[in-house]
Write a protein of this length. Structure first.
Length: 290
């Protein structure tokens, strides 16, 4: 009976998350964005000097840097305790509203003055930093990794909620084993699939995600080896914690499953490419015969 009750609780939690997401989307698209465009447009209409828009562009950039730096510092100093999260949510709202209004001001001014070119953007183009970074392997791959971070954080939220449901709710004894298997299964899913069960055909994205997961495994292995080495030096028996045991066991499971999925994914992508080539040849033959 507990199983069906737990399934019902999980369904309610999923439904609640969907409603909250839809609510935030509605607030953003129907309230925050139109208000920002309305007042930002009015301010943009009144601006006459280009220098003011240039100052606003620099201010937007500094505001982003300041917001990230201050909140990262506060999080480190407070360890994320107390009222910090409530404060962070409130400040995030004002930060997003400010960025939207200032962006609307800039866009409105550009619409009235099509000949205007961003001084900040022109200076960045003159430096030609983006092309130089793209030609450098390390910076290029770091850029690819940064592209994966939004999806990574969304996946972390899903993982946290899933593990909470598996650990917090009362299941039969054998069901707790699912929490051990879930992490490597979910990690492989994040690497090789996007949008439910769609194979991730972005080879560079898969490479970055696989590299990240293997770096995490290397960290766990090095930590366990260090603990064993310390036990050897101090002549004390090494007894791994349950967390270390679960992580190392899950790591072995992840590697085995990763090799299987990698081969299947590569074969699937190759199959799709060959099928597309065959269809293209057939279409050419039919068009030629006509």
């Amino acid at each position: 009976m507990n199983i069906w009750m737990n399934i019902g609780i999980i369904i309610v939690i999923i439904a609640a998350f969907i409603v909250i997401k839809k609510l935030f989307d509605l607030i953003f698209t129907r309230c925050l964005l139109p208000i920002a465009e309305k007042y930002g447009g009015k301010i943009g209409d009144k601006i006459q000097k280009r220098s003011i828009v240039s100052v606003i562009e620099v201010f937007v950039l500094l505001l982003i840097v300041f917001f990230v730096a201050v909140h990262l510092t506060l999080y480190i100093l407070t360890d994320g305790e107390g009222m910090f999260f409530l404060y962070w949510a409130i400040m995030m709202f004002f930060f997003v509203a400010s960025i939207l209004i200032l962006s609307a001001v800039i866009q409105q001014y550009k619409m009235k003055n099509p000949e205007y070119t961003s001084q900040l953007g022109r200076r960045i183009k003159e430096l030609d930093i983006s092309n130089k970074l793209k030609d450098n392997y390390i910076s290029n791959r770091l850029g690819l990794f940064m592209e994966q971070t939004p999806d990574f954080f969304k996946s972390l939220v899903v993982l946290q909620v899933s593990l909470t449901c598996l650990v917090t709710l009362k299941w039969d004894a054998n069901f707790y084993f699912l929490s051990v298997c879930f992490m490597p299964l979910y990690a492989n899913y994040w690497v090789y699939y996007v949008r439910v069960l769609t194979v991730n055909t972005n080879s560079e994205g898969v490479f970055i995600r696989r590299s990240f997961m293997y770096l995490c495994l290397v960290t766990v292995v090095v930590f366990e080896l260090y603990q064993k080495f310390q036990g050897y030096l101090n002549e004390e028996p090494y007894s791994p914690s349950i967390n270390t045991f679960l992580l190392t066991g899950s790591g072995v499971f992840y590697i085995a499953l990763d090799r299987i999925l990698k081969d299947f994914t590569n074969d699937y992508v190759k199959f799709k490419k060959d099928l597309a080539k065959k269809k293209e040849k057939v279409d050419k033959v039919e068009n030629w015969s006509i």
